[in-house]
Write a protein that binds this ligand. Structure first.
Ligand code: GDP
Length: 197
């Protein structure tokens, strides 16, 4: 898919206020610092599309971008801040689960994980939630430029083995690097294919 246009539309704190035109959408979520803004910028060929809405104060919002005037790329808040109180954690979880459970036009989410690390409980918990709730998702491994090809293979294999302990089938997954522009075509091809169905 060629990205002809990519524009910021709106930031929201409530799913009920998200765009109502029923265009298909794809949501990106992951632990803060996983490389989500960089990935969104790589996918859309824009230097700072995600940063526009990522400025302080906007990080806890649902950000909609319209791509090629026919689908939404949704930038969701990063999870896993070390020092949040239990109540703000619960509030955050509610906000995110409302989005996933109410947004009928969501075609697929992408859960981003840093390829350098062993499967982390916070990511596995989130993936578990997505699977149990029947929300379609893929996994995007980020920062692949940080590892050698053999290590990439091993880390992906470890992740898959971990998931296969709970699930019979693996979700689609993609190995990416925003610094080296790896995986862009694969992610965009997946979006193009699922968007047409
Ligand atoms: P976000 O908080 O998930 O939006 O993450 P950012 O996109 O802001 O990236 C967090 C940090 O990781 C920044 O210092 C980026 O430069 C770095 N980073 C992001 N993507 C990559 C990548 O593909 N390769 C490398 N080496 N670093 C990356």
């Amino acid at each position: 898919m060629k990205i002809k246009s990519a524009e910021f539309v709106v930031s929201n704190s409530e799913v009920t206020k998200c765009p109502k035109d029923n265009l298909p959408e794809y949501a990106f979520i992951g632990r803060s610092n996983v490389g989500k803004s960089s990935l969104i910028n790589m996918l859309t060929d824009r230097k700072s599309l995600a940063k526009t809405s990522g400025r302080p104060g906007k990080t806890q919002l649902i950000n909609h971008f319209i791509i090629n005037k026919n689908w939404y790329l949704v930038d969701l808040p990063g999870y896993g801040y070390a020092r949040v109180s239990k109540s703000s954690k619960q509030k955050f979880q509610k906000f995110i689960t409302n989005y996933f459970e109410q947004r009928q036009q969501l075609v697929s989410a992408f859960v981003l994980v840093d390829i350098r690390h062993k499967p982390q409980p916070i990511d596995l918990e989130f993936i578990q939630y997505m699977g149990e709730s029947g929300i379609p998702f893929g996994i995007i491994f980020t920062k692949a430029d940080k590892l050698k090809p053999k290590a990439i293979e091993r880390h992906v294999e470890d992740y898959c083995q971990e998931l296969l302990k709970s699930w019979e089938e693996l979700p689609p997954y993609f190995v990416t690097s925003s610094s080296k522009s790896i995986g862009k075509d694969e992610v965009l091809a997946f979006i193009a294919e699922t968007n047409e169905e």
